[in-house]
Design a protein around this ligand. Structure first.
Ligand SMILES: *[C@@H]1O[C@H](CO)[C@@H](O)[C@H](O)[C@H]1NC(C)=O
Ligand SMILES: *[C@@H]1O[C@H](CO)[C@@H](O)[C@H](O)[C@H]1NC(C)=O
Ligand SMILES: CC(=O)N[C@H]1CO[C@H](CO)[C@@H](O)[C@@H]1O
Length: 515
């Protein structure tokens, strides 16, 4: 512990030397063809918000990112005893308590790991700090793929030897050893919190499936229900042997993602089939192997599949006992109402809800598809939906690829996506997108163990969520979607008031110390 701490101090000292005087929060802006800018980082320099200082008694801290100028810029002001005459207000009520926060994070897909590894050790260190350290976003959840996904350079599983039902050829792959395991270990080393790691498979081996392919509309043949449960157990054992403490898993990524000509690795599981497999095969096999403590999250797909996808399992105590939560993907949040999350929770309030995937597509330019650099709207979109998910019981939010290259690749299916961090290996640089800061405004402020409380805004252009911390500190995240600055008054329990001006198009995080 001690040596880790000393190393940090030494590193901080070097950092100040190399990048002074623009230390701490200053962003090296680079503007491309989008409505805002990215912050670029290289081997010597990178912006970081730093370790959050507790505000002094009687004052609040206000951190701002906006489309025009700031990235997690720190301000402070006095807590007042009356609301100002602001047109907008947010009423925080700490007596109305809801779910406990689990955390925020992203996925070490093979594509993300490959991009991390394409940087020099110095630049990669900055990238790890940006996500995992106390000076950075303080992410504390990692999703990894069990075998490959669409965001891998090749299609594969952990046992592609035809007919190997005894799994004698089962093994971790180069992607595990090169992209996942070392990067996950680095994140764990870098973090000051417990980092929760969960896995999700995209497809069983082709030979176990009805269509003998990783993609398309295939399903797992009945005769392979036990071999495939064994396959998942082997994965948990192998990661444990490699020194990765696993926290959870989803039995299948997007189990109903099935259309003709579907190019992504996939496997169909109807809700009642999933119930039967968890109840009679996967659940008992994990328990028998000593992995009964892993948090199992059912569904792992979009809002429109809820609550019906998890209903058969939750209605059957012999399935339900193996399942701890519901994993939700972001992609249809603008088209299906958040009340579906409430209905899901009402089925069984003892199960948690966690958003486990979100990602934007690449855009088409004159030279083909690329990740748009500096797109504010995408950051705003993320934060708007994160705030909504939190206000409808999600215990956190997990982003998809932690990094992609400037084309939004690699992906064996030939697709291209956007990501919060875009790596340019040629220049040994990476770019932090507005989406990265959208996540920072919650991941750094809403920590594991905090309890969500009411935060009710009065204007449609303002979105808000709040948590109460153990020590009585209140953290509030406020999104201003308006094109103009907006005067805002935040009431904390009707007794303490924060009167501020919000920048146009801004992300805001407030820390209010206990009264
Ligand atoms: C990194 O960027 C900074 C700021 O532009 C520059 O001063 C520095 O020389 C760059 N470092 C490297 C290794 O290119
Ligand atoms: C990536 O780096 C190369 C080499 O410095 C440069 O030519 C290119 O413009 C960079 N790409 C982006 C998107 O900045
Ligand atoms: C790896 C894999 O199974 N790829 C298949 C994806 O779908 C196409 C079209 O059906 C097949 O040709 C590929 O073999």
């Amino acid at each position: 512990m001690m040596s880790k701490f000393r190393q940090r101090l030494l590193f901080a000292a070097l950092f100040v030397f190399a990048c002074s005087p623009e230390v701490n929060g200053h962003c090296w802006e680079r503007t491309y063809d989008q409505d805002s800018f990215v912050c670029f980082c290289n081997a010597t320099c990178c912006d970081e918000p730093g370790i959050l200082a507790a505000p002094e008694a009687g004052t609040f801290a206000h951190y701002v990112s906006d489309r025009a100028e700031f990235r997690i810029e720190a301000f402070t002001g006095p807590i007042e005893d009356a609301a100002g005459s602001a047109p907008a207000s947010v009423a925080v009520d700490t007596t109305q308590t809801y779910q406990t926060i689990l955390g925020f994070g992203g996925a070490y897909t093979d594509a993300a790991g490959e991009n991390f590894n394409s940087l020099s050790p110095e630049t990669k260190e900055w990238l790890n700090r940006a996500y995992w350290s106390s000076e950075g976003n303080e992410y504390n959840i990692i999703r990894i793929t069990i075998g490959g996904s669409d965001c891998s350079s090749r299609p594969y599983t952990l046992d592609d030897v035809e007919g190997d039902v005894e799994l004698v050829h089962w093994s971790l792959q180069p992607e595990d050893y090169n992209y996942k395991i070392p990067n996950v270990k680095e994140a764990i080393r870098m973090s000051n919190e417990e980092v929760l790691v969960f896995g999700s498979p995209w497809s069983p081996p082709a030979w176990m499936k009805s269509n003998n392919m990783l993609n398309g509309t295939g399903y797992l043949l009945r005769e392979n229900w036990q071999p495939y449960a064994n396959y998942i157990v082997k994965w948990a054992q192998a990661y444990q042997r490699e020194g990765i403490p696993l926290w959870g898993l989803t039995p299948q990524n997007e189990p109903l993602d099935q259309q003709e000509e579907w190019v992504i690795n996939a496997c169909r599981w109807y809700p009642d089939e999933m119930r039967d497999w968890i109840r009679d095969y996967l659940g008992p096999s994990l328990v028998a192997a000593g992995f009964g403590g892993l948090k199992m999250m059912n569904d792992d797909f979009n809002r429109e599949t809820l609550p019906y996808y998890v209903e058969p399992c939750f209605a059957d105590p012999d399935c339900s006992k193996f399942v701890d939560g519901v994993a939700v993907h972001w992609y249809s949040d603008d088209f299906y109402p958040p009340e579906l999350l409430l209905e899901t929770r009402d089925l069984d309030p003892s199960k948690f809800l966690l958003y486990t995937e979100a990602s934007n597509p690449a855009v088409r330019g004159p030279d083909g598809l690329y990740a748009p650099l500096g797109n504010w709207e995408r950051g705003e979109h993320y934060l708007r939906n994160i705030i909504e998910a939190l206000n409808y019981y999600s215990v956190g939010w997990v982003d998809w690829n932690l990094a992609l290259d400037v084309y939004g690749t690699p992906q064996w299916i030939g697709d291209h996506l956007d990501a919060a961090v875009i790596v340019n290996a040629t220049a040994d640089e990476f770019y932090k997108q507005p989406m990265f800061y959208a996540l920072a405004h919650v991941s750094k402020f809403f920590k594991r163990g905090d309890v969500r409380v009411d935060a009710i805004p009065t204007l449609d252009t303002i979105k808000a969520a709040a948590v109460l911390k153990d020590d009585g500190t209140v953290a509030v995240v406020v999104l201003n979607m308006a094109e103009e600055p907006t005067g805002l008054s935040i009431s904390v329990d009707g007794t303490r008031f924060i009167n501020v001006d919000l920048e146009a198009k801004s992300f805001n995080s407030f820390l209010v110390p206990p009264a």
